[in-house]
Design a protein around this ligand. Structure first.
Ligand code: SGN
Ligand code: CA
Length: 516
């Protein structure tokens, strides 16, 4: 009897699957998701950035929606990608940090759900999840962080292939080549993973001089003394102390030192000659200036900005090519395009580069979406949304009910006008306790207040009033007048931890380690 029931259930499941597969209509939307690395909203025109022009990302904004309050659940590369793939927090998908995690590819992802109903799926470019992609029709990925020049790719047949050229161009070429060869009778979902704008910000040759004559204003809190913020005090990610002239800014004392840099060594003779000619001339000028103290830090900041923005220029150009491909192949009308970074980045705020902290510049991420016919052009959305929501949103758009264990929520109703109210609170948990010395922490933000609990490296609480202290310089935890809101926020934090079943955070909360 029991055996029969199992058989019957098995039969029904297969029957459901087949019918689903038959259901996927030719009209089902195609999906293109472009994921960049470390791209800051501060440097994007559509987010009000004045440092540079980003016409192609801005085109998505003009034709779709800008999410003004998009955030990540764990501000670092691998974990963010794992969250986007699974629609689950790091403690559920298992990829908590870049140093010890490797993605369990046997678990469910939105890609697998799309595949089940007949989508062709591909991931091309930066992946950074240690294990090989599973459940894709096609993949071709950069190993680890990948290289800016002449990148290697891991291929589906287990081989490694080196492709001559600049990474964002090459990744886009592979993506277009896959689109050319796909089966046009089926819908597709293509993820393009860009390396840009990750450290060490190596621009394409044509962009080297773009920002040569620009002087960038220092952020108001560039000279932060981290007073009353223990975790910010012990980090190792300042432009002043952490950023290196050779490794990061590509200027070397000798040919021998230059020869030790793998990223430079892999260039061909023409690339290297043009690249180093530029940096050598900047270096010579730097040497004659003989800078020290504030003048030296500010010079490093200027160089950082020039390199970062030049690297962003090629990213934007590649995005333009993706959009042009869709235009040229009459795909624009039936293709959803999502542009998102794996997290935000510091452009000198608090004196920093890098990410990780739950402070706004790295917690918040750029995210834009175009969905012709569904999203009104030039929409600005102010709901609190997260990278956790991308998987269920994509499934929703494809007409698939998201699996019940996905923790994100589709944000489609918020942008199509069906629903006005989204989540009231966002939960965050960062785990890594290594490079850049950022203490693990978890917390919540409701857009008005942010409560953070640091643990392991630093044991402390922080509370910010985001309306009166936009740049998060004043930790008001434990201060007079904030008692009531602190109690409320702690209650809400515990509620979120319980709802998302974050056992580790719950233990820390329950251990009552509430002292500073
Ligand atoms: C590397 C970088 C770090 C960066 C991490 C994580 N160091 O380790 O600066 O924070 O990646 O970045 S580097 O010397 O190798 O450039 S992430 O984008 O993968 O999360
Ligand atoms: Ca990243």
């Amino acid at each position: 009897m029991r055996f029969c029931t199992v058989l019957l259930i098995g039969f029904l499941c297969t029957a459901v699957d087949t019918s689903k597969a038959q259901q996927v209509s030719k009209k089902a939307p195609n999906i293109v998701i472009i994921i960049s690395d470390d791209h800051s909203f501060q440097t994007i025109g559509a987010y009000g950035g004045k440092f540079m022009q980003t016409p192609n990302i801005d085109r998505i904004a003009k034709e779709g929606v800008v999410f003004n309050k998009a955030y990540v659940t764990n501000s670092i590369c691998g974990p963010s990608r794992a969250v986007m793939l699974t629609g689950k927090y790091s403690h559920k998908n298992g990829f908590k940090d870049n140093e010890h995690s490797s993605f369990d590819g046997s678990q469910n992802t939105f890609i697998k759900e799309l595949g089940k109903v007949g989508y062709q799926t591909a991931w091309i470019g930066k992946w950074h999840l240690e294990t090989q992609p599973q459940g894709f029709s096609f993949w071709q990925i950069l190993p680890g962080q990948g290289s800016y020049y002449n990148p290697d790719f891991l291929m589906m047949d287990g081989t490694k292939k080196r492709v001559e050229g600049y990474v964002s161009t090459v990744v886009e070429d592979v993506a277009e080549n896959w689109l050319d060869k796909r089966d046009p009778s089926k819908p597709f979902c293509l993820v393009i993973g860009h390396k840009n704008t990750h450290r060490t910000w190596m621009p394409d040759l044509q962009d080297l001089r773009t920002f040569n004559n620009v002087t960038f204003p220092l952020p108001g809190n560039f000279y932060d003394n981290y007073q009353n913020r223990a975790a910010a005090m012990v980090q190792d990610m300042t432009i002043d102390k952490t950023m290196r002239i050779g490794y990061d800014l590509k200027m070397f004392d000798s040919k021998e030192a230059e020869g030790k840099e793998g990223s430079i060594n892999r260039m061909n003779a023409m690339q290297r000659q043009q690249f180093m000619q530029y940096y050598d001339s900047v270096y010579n000028d730097f040497k004659t200036k003989n800078l020290s103290g504030k003048a030296l830090v500010e010079w490093k900041y200027q160089r950082y900005m020039k390199d970062y923005l030049a690297t962003a220029a090629s990213l934007d150009r590649s995005i333009g090519r993706t959009l042009a491909y869709l235009d040229q192949h009459q795909l624009t009308e039936n293709t959803i395009v999502i542009y998102v970074s794996d997290q935000g980045f510091y452009m000198g705020e608090h004196g920093w580069f890098d990410k990780r902290f739950m402070y706004e510049e790295s917690f918040r991420t750029p995210m834009l979406m175009r969905y012709p016919g569904k999203i009104k052009p030039a929409t600005v959305n102010n709901n609190l949304v997260m990278n956790l929501d991308i998987a269920p949103t994509v499934l929703h758009a494809a007409g698939i009910k998201p699996p019940s264990d996905m923790q994100g929520k589709s944000f489609l109703p918020l942008i199509t006008g069906e629903k006005q109210k989204g989540r009231g609170v966002m939960y965050y948990h960062y785990y890594e306790n290594g490079e850049h010395a950022v203490s693990p922490h978890f917390g919540i933000s409701n857009g008005r207040y942010k409560l953070i609990r640091f643990y392991k490296r630093v044991e402390s609480w922080e509370l910010y009033d985001l309306v009166n202290d936009k740049s998060e310089m004043k930790n008001v935890y434990g201060m007079k007048g904030y008692e009531k809101i602190t109690v409320q926020l702690k209650k809400e934090l515990l509620k979120q931890i319980t709802m998302y079943e974050d056992v580790e955070a719950k233990q820390i909360m329950e251990a009552g380690l509430t002292s500073k």
